[in-house]
Design a binder for this molecule. Sequence first.
Ligand code: ZN
Length: 273
Amino acid sequence: MRLDDVNAGDIEVRRGGGSKAAIGGGLGLGGLLLLLVINMIAGGGGNASDIGQVLNGLQQGDGVSVEGETVRGDTLEGQELFAGKMMTLLGAYWGDEAKAMDIKFVEPGFVVFDSPTQTGGCGVGQPEAGPFYCPGDQKIYIDFGFYSQLESQLGFDGDFAMAYVIAHEYGHHIQNLLGVMDRRGGGNAQSVRVELQADCFAGAWASSAKADGRLEAGDFDEAIRAANAVGDDAISGGRAGRDTFTHGSSAEREKWFRQGFDSGDPSSCRTGA
Ligand SMILES: [Zn+2]
């Protein structure tokens, strides 16, 4: 992905809040995976997902980081620099789209953390939960250390895989602005519709990145591989039943990312969410 000309936005960094709290049994990597999370509803209400409930059940205490420091974009390096640049691109894209959607646009925050951290309305965020968006404080959370583990375990890699992940979480922020995240009820089926729409929103942004000449050879395939890797069927090794899906199958996730990419139009992301 070509980003040399992009100025990185500021991000919030929270380091070393303390030891990593164990999060009780029954949640193997499969359940936690992902990514992408977590249909956590603002306020930690009754519609939180399994992971959300776990997070909300944890007590805030020693070792939980709360406030981070804001790090200026022009001082960022590595993955944080990449994230800061992604936030700039996504902010520009969605700022324009929000006008067409007739919604008031505010940019989400972006928090890098490396140990349990207090969110504003989504309980204590765990690195092991994978990247997530919290509607309550309108922030995207990511632990790059754990993300790197995910990359190797899921078998996806490349800068555009991470671009897909960040764009997906940003898609949840747009859904929050649209009121999609507030729709209660619907259980797992609604969760899947919300997640697939976030994939489609990520694809719509990716289309704009392509139009701007930012995609390099292989980038699109990196996103497609990542979307497949985080399908509920892929994560469960095909053992999970459809009614347990919270994010959609690999085929569905690819399909909706492609829908956004091919149309370049978020209004085409009609997943029923
Ligand atoms: Zn998601």
